[in-house]
Design a protein around this ligand. Structure first.
Ligand SMILES: Cc1cc2nc3c(=O)[nH]c(=O)nc-3n(C[C@H](O)[C@H](O)[C@H](O)COP(=O)(O)OP(=O)(O)OC[C@H]3O[C@@H](n4cnc5c(N)ncnc54)[C@H](O)[C@@H]3O)c2cc1C
Length: 347
């Protein structure tokens, strides 16, 4: 048997790849390898200082997320939204305040942050995941597939590619994929790859103490959306939100200053007493993005039928949030595609 051979190879240790790995393992399959280019698992799910810099929320209709959390024994809780929220719709008009309807439940968050889901999925299969391994090419061989990486060659019978389609175009496939598949991959916007998140931690939840919900909404300022980001136990205090993409190309110091000015204007000078301040611009992360982030709010269409077919004579399948027809782009889509891919590759 060839060195580095496993029956199945999963490329990408994000939510989709880890769901496939977890499901394969649950079906008694243990002969597989997960190859991940980053030095960490989780992909677009990453938590730092108790702040989710990637995926955060889900709703009641995200049934695959809820089912998987239940299966893994992970609790969910509601996004905090009590008290006054701030709406800034013009720089010339005064801000508006509103209260969220207590009868309309807010979105859910994951107890232990979104990373809890990633860690629970990976736990039984950790020894099968190889990080720092960038896949460069995938070729069909007589017996299966050959995957070339910057850490050597890997062989398998079949492969699941969970890399966002847009950046999977960097991989060379042999034989080449049908032209229309390449065209669709290239046109499939990677959901949220243009987002810039900011997160701040505090000694006290000063906004709650002042009867603010922490919600600050408006397209005209340095931060377009901000939310309370305390943990489920209300023992770790944080605010998290999305930075106005107009500030992407300004200097780091200037952006930070403008964000702090904006937040302290509407929530109070206590903002300046933060313990930690962190930003993440996903467009600058080569494991998620490519250099062509131009338009801000695209209307992406996901789950193109080309992703439901197999390639390389049935030896390659695509998976990942953007390949899902149901809730494409979201965690729910990533999980649904991961479950489908695991089932189909075994079938
Ligand atoms: C800022 C932000 C906020 C979000 N908010 C929400 C939210 O609130 N709710 C929600 O439902 N969803 C949200 N999402 C979307 C959610 O994060 C994704 O749907 C989900 O995490 C995608 O999982 P995935 O496995 O399909 O892809 P990814 O997480 O992108 O995983 C793909 C993996 O492939 C790896 N990879 C890339 N290239 C290679 C290569 N050449 N070789 C090997 N490995 C490679 C990557 O490093 C990555 O780990 C958000 C995303 C972002 C970025």
């Amino acid at each position: 048997m060839k060195e580095n051979f496993s029956k199945y190879i999963i490329i990408g240790a994000g939510l989709s790849g880890l769901t496939s790995a977890y499901k394969l393992f649950g079906q008694g399959v243990s002969n597989f390898t997960v190859l991940e280019s980053r030095d960490r698992i989780g992909g677009r799910i990453v938590t730092q200082d108790g702040i989710d810099f990637g995926a955060t929320w889900f709703q009641t209709h995200h049934e695959a997320v809820i089912e998987l959390l239940n299966e893994l024994g992970i609790e969910k809780y509601h996004q905090y939204n009590k008290g006054k929220s701030v709406l800034v719709y013009s720089t010339m008009a005064p801000e508006h305040y509103f209260e969220n309807d207590p009868n309309t439940p807010s979105a859910y968050r994951i107890k232990g942050n979104s990373q809890a889901l990633i860690h629970a999925l990976a736990k039984p299969v950790l020894d099968k995941i190889q990080t720092n391994t960038n896949v460069l090419s995938i070729s069909e061989t007589e017996e299966g597939v050959r995957v070339e990486t910057d850490r050597g060659l890997f062989y398998g019978e079949k492969v699941i590619v969970t890399i966002p389609p847009k950046i999977a175009t960097r991989i060379s496939f042999s034989p080449e994929l049908p032209v229309e598949v390449g065209v669709v991959m290239d046109k499939t916007h990677t959901w949220m790859s243009n987002a810039i998140k900011v997160g701040l931690t505090f000694k006290e939840p000063f906004w709650r103490n002042k009867n603010f919900s922490g919600m600050l909404i408006g397209q005209v300022g340095a931060v377009t959306e901000l939310y309370d980001h305390n943990d489920a136990e209300n023992s770790h205090f944080a605010l998290m939100g999305f930075v106005n993409e107009g500030l992407r190309d300004t200097s780091e110091a200037n952006r930070k200053q403008r964000i702090l000015d904006y937040l302290s204007k509407y929530l109070g000078p206590e903002v300046l007493e933060y313990l930690t301040y962190e930003e993440k611009d996903w467009s600058k992360d080569k494991h998620t993005s490519c250099e062509t982030i131009k338009s801000i709010y695209m209307s992406p269409s996901y789950g193109n039928p080309v992703f439901d077919k197999s390639y390389l004579n049935g030896k390659l399948r695509f998976s990942g949030a953007e390949t899902s027809l149901v809730h494409g782009g979201y965690m729910d889509g990533a999980i649904i595609s991961g479950i489908n891919a695991a089932q189909k590759i075994m079938g």
